[in-house]
Design a protein around this ligand. Structure first.
Ligand code: PHE
Ligand code: FE
Length: 296
């Protein structure tokens, strides 16, 4: 029998918490999940599926249902892969934790989505500081079933390899795009704003905050505006960017970014909570007050 792969998490050092990177691609050690692991999955899955009705985008809810994930046990990547390969040519690969940037981009460019094999502990139900199986699988994987979003993710991977080669601040700008779309994006449906970002759908608190709190700004998608905007990793977002469709996202990001990176290098970056006169504002946030979990 093979040893269980490592659970690679950040380390506490004299510089504070530092992320730890790992490149290994492994087999999902499905038989080594404990009863507690399956229970954590069940709890989070049931809670978020319920919370996201009327909050997540119709397409997210539809694609997630199409993957046949159920609360009773952690899904097997092999089962999901049969559906994914057929729908959009993507496949999941199991990894031990965060990947170095270039490895991550290369996987995406080749339609391989890295999924952390381990799941958070019961003490970490509401927050942990790095991606785990629940965030990756529940949050990221469903929209890979959508052909347009699937193409966007692969294009992002190719763009990442390119930005890495360009150097300077190109990767900073590109990472902001990922943050404000793939991780924390909102979409406008006929019946109102909805969530599609994986960082939101895998978080109970932020699923409520992003739509119902008066604190954050909600601003129409604008590629260069996003690339100039800093973000917070330790609190709910101060600003969310709203797309009209996945096609809009794909079209806006198709042009060569090289001249855009050069232009951005001449400009100041924008603090996370700022609203500009040129922004298409859905809601100007009050910048204060958090909805707590008790406000559901
Ligand atoms: N068009 C981008 C470039 O030239 C690549 C890209 C596509 C990046 C989609 C992000 C998302 O770099
Ligand atoms: Fe993520």
């Amino acid at each position: 029998m093979n040893a269980t792969p490592a659970r690679v998490e950040h380390q506490l050092t004299d510089k504070g918490y530092v992320p730890v990177y790992t490149t290994a691609v492994i087999e999902q050690p499905w038989s080594s999940y404990s009863a507690t692991d399956h229970e954590v999955w069940a709890t989070l899955f049931a809670r978020q599926r319920q919370l996201l009705v009327g909050r997540a985008s119709d397409e997210f809810l539809r694609t997630q249902a199409a993957m046949n994930m159920t609360p009773d046990r952690i899904p097997k990547f092999d089962d999901l892969n049969r559906l994914l390969r057929q729908a959009t040519g993507w496949e999941l690969i199991a990894v031990q934790g965060l990947l170095p940037e270039l490895d991550f981009f290369d996987h995406l460019a080749n339609r391989r989505f890295p999924v952390t094999w381990w799941i958070r502990t019961p003490e970490q139900l509401d927050y942990l500081s790095e991606p785990d199986l629940f965030h990756d699988l529940f949050g990221h994987v469903p929209l890979l079933m959508n052909p347009v979003f699937a193409d966007y993710m692969a294009a992002y991977g190719r763009g990442g390899v390119k930005a890495h080669g360009i150097g300077g601040d190109a990767l900073t700008y590109l990472t902001r795009l990922y943050w404000y779309t793939v991780e924390f994006g909102l979409i406008r449906q006929d019946d109102g704003l909805r969530i599609y970002g994986s960082g939101i759908v895998s978080s109970k608190g932020e699923s409520i905050h992003c739509l119902e709190s008066t604190a954050p700004n909600r601003i129409g998608f604008d590629l260069e505006r996003i690339m100039r905007t800093r973000y917070r990793i330790d609190t709910f977002q101060k600003t969310y960017f709203v797309i009209d469709s996945y096609e809009q996202l794909m079209e806006a990001t198709t042009p060569d970014f090289t001249p855009i990176y050069e232009r951005l290098a001449q400009q100041e970056s924008i603090p996370a909570g700022t609203v500009l006169a040129t922004d298409a504002v859905f809601n100007r946030g009050t910048g204060e007050g958090w909805l707590s979990d008790g406000d559901v």
